[in-house]
Design a protein around this ligand. Structure first.
Ligand code: F6P
Length: 347
């Protein structure tokens, strides 16, 4: 094997360029040429590629985003695209692929692997919801961004005696909300894994107010839902959310203000959580994932995703992670910590 194709798929996040740099440099040690595939799997469908050399990756380690671009293209949505992808793998002489992405990107990688294409996956997402790895790169940077935002919101909440609701990303998992909520000292953290009862939240905030704490911080994961909503089937839930004015953070703030009389305001952090330079932990984790993936290719160890498990880098079969997500276990140590420091989790 001599030529490796590398692509970044799904939502971008800080650390992607550190991975690309590590794959190119480690691959060169094994005598590999690396071809950069632009815009995720789309680049292989349409043949949008570029050679990556040491010069291409010099200085990109601290750079946010991805120099290759990304997309949410899934070639298996259209049989013709799969054939075009396979034709392009042959056309560009790609012997193996390094796919950097979340559960959807890795799902495509798994299907290609099962068709005989040598693939190694690398878990990427700010959500930290990829199965079988303790961490994905991008997560710690997002947590740092949210923590800094919470610190800033503390001062204005305290000055105005307000409840500040901070809505964070994480898709259908509550990792960002849980960990950044603990780091920022949130008074309440609402996550998809623990359906919330707004009355519980309201009484917690009222009790705080009575104790003389005239302000509160509530972190709400974008996928959080109430107990009632958790009983709805997918279709009914989707319909209910389409009729909801504003995102969940706005609804929670409205309901808190109505229930407690405490003035409430909302900050939706959105794409700030995916922007900018990676923190040191993510730079190192991304570099380790990239070097491990290139070394696995050199060993002929395909069909795997590089993962961090109990502080060790391992390879896990792609079929074990494809199209699955890792939710926050309700008995996770982070949940216990939040409860032990008196954080309301809405239950
Ligand atoms: O998966 C990362 C993520 O930022 C999620 O947290 C968020 O729900 C989603 O991507 C947003 O998707 P898009 O970038 O397509 O708007």
């Amino acid at each position: 094997m001599t030529t490796v194709g590398i692509l970044t798929g799904g939502g971008d996040c800080p650390g992607l360029n550190a991975v690309i740099r590590a794959v190119v440099r480690t691959g060169a040690k094994h005598g590999f040429d690396t071809i950069g595939v632009r815009d995720g799997w789309l680049g292989l469908v349409v043949g949008n590629v570029e050679p990556l050399t040491d010069y291409s990756v010099t200085g990109i380690l601290p750079k946010g985003g991805t120099i290759l671009g990304t997309s949410r293209t899934n070639p298996f949505k259209n049989e013709a695209d799969v054939q075009r992808l396979r034709d392009n793998i042959r056309k560009f002489g790609i012997d193996a692929i390094v796919a950097i992405g979340g559960e959807d990107t890795l799902g495509v990688a798994n299907r290609l692997s099962q068709m005989g294409v040598p693939v190694v996956g690398i878990p990427k997402t700010i959500d930290n919801d990829v199965a079988a790895t303790d961490y994905t790169f991008g997560f710690d940077t997002a947590v740092s961004i949210v923590t800094e935002a919470i610190d800033r919101l503390h001062t204005t909440a305290e000055s105005h005696h307000r409840v500040m609701v901070v809505e964070v990303m994480g898709r259908n998992a509550g990792w960002i909300a849980t960990v950044a909520g603990i780091a920022g000292g949130a008074d309440a953290i609402l996550i998809p894994e623990i359906p919330f009862d707004l009355d519980e939240v309201a009484s917690h905030l009222r009790a705080r107010y009575e104790r003389g704490k005239k302000f509160s911080i509530v972190v709400v994961a974008e996928g959080a839902r109430s107990v009632e909503e958790s009983r709805l089937d997918k279709k009914a839930f989707k319909k209910a959310r389409e009729q909801m004015s504003g995102s969940i953070g706005y609804r929670v703030a409205r309901e808190i203000q109505d229930a407690t009389g405490l003035e409430s305001r909302v900050t939706v952090l959105g794409y700030l959580q995916r922007g900018g330079t990676p923190v040191a932990f993510d730079r190192v984790l991304a570099s380790q994932f990239g070097t491990a993936a290139a070394n696995m290719l050199a060993e002929g160890n395909y069909g795997k995703m590089v993962a961090l498990q109990d502080n060790r880098l391992v390879g896990v079969p792609l079929e074990n992670v494809a199209n699955r997500i890792k939710s926050v276990p309700v008995d996770h140590r982070m949940i216990e910590t939040a409860r032990d420091v008196g954080t309301c989790l809405g239950d």
